[in-house]
Design a protein. Structure first.
Length: 143
C-alpha cells in the first residue's frame, strides 16, 4: 500500500507576489484598540506617540498580523494556517500602506496530509520592510 498522493502542492521556492492590503487608518486602529483592550496611547494619540520618539501614532502589531490571513488563503485556497509567527522590525504609521509577499520554504507530502512552511515579508507603502514571518499550513483539500 502506498501513501496518499497530493496534487497541486506548491514546490519549494514558489513565490507569491506582493499583495497590497487595506490601509490601516485611525478608525481601524481605534476599533482594534476597543476590541483588544490595547489602549496604549502610542496607537491613538499624536502627542503621546511623539513623546515616545515616534513620528505619530502606529498601528498595533497584532492588527497587522490579522491582515495576513486573507492573502495567504487567496494564494492557497483549501489550506489552513496552523501557526503564524511574525517578528516586527519597525512600526507602521497609522494611515500607512501595507503589503505582503511570500515564498514556500518547505513542502512536506509525507504522511496523511501535505504541509507547507511559507516565509512572509511585510512592507510599508514605500516598500520598506516592516516584519518577517513564517506560516505553517496544512492542506485540507481531498488527497
Amino acid at each position: 500500500m502506498t501513501g496518499p498522493s497530493f496534487s497541486g502542492v506548491p514546490a519549494v521556492g514558489t513565490t507569491f507576489e506582493p499583495t497590497r492590503l487595506t490601509i490601516i487608518d485611525a478608525e481601524a486602529v481605534a476599533a482594534y484598540a476597543r476590541a483588544s483592550g490595547d489602549n496604549n496611547p502610542i496607537h491613538l494619540d499624536e502627542a503621546a506617540a511623539k513623546k515616545a520618539g515616534l513620528d505619530g501614532p502606529i498601528a498595533h502589531g497584532m492588527l497587522m498580523m490579522g491582515r495576513l490571513e486573507a492573502p495567504v488563503r487567496e494564494w492557497l485556497p483549501g489550506w489552513r494556517i496552523t501557526r503564524l509567527q511574525v517578528r516586527f522590525m519597525r512600526p507602521l504609521a497609522v494611515g500607512g500602506g501595507l503589503s505582503i509577499a511570500g515564498r514556500v520554504a518547505k513542502a512536506d507530502t509525507r504522511g496523511t496530509s501535505a504541509h507547507l512552511i511559507l516565509r512572509l515579508m511585510l512592507r510599508d507603502g514605500d516598500g520598506n520592510p516592516l516584519a518577517v514571518g513564517e506560516a505553517d499550513l496544512t492542506d485540507l483539500r481531498e488527497a
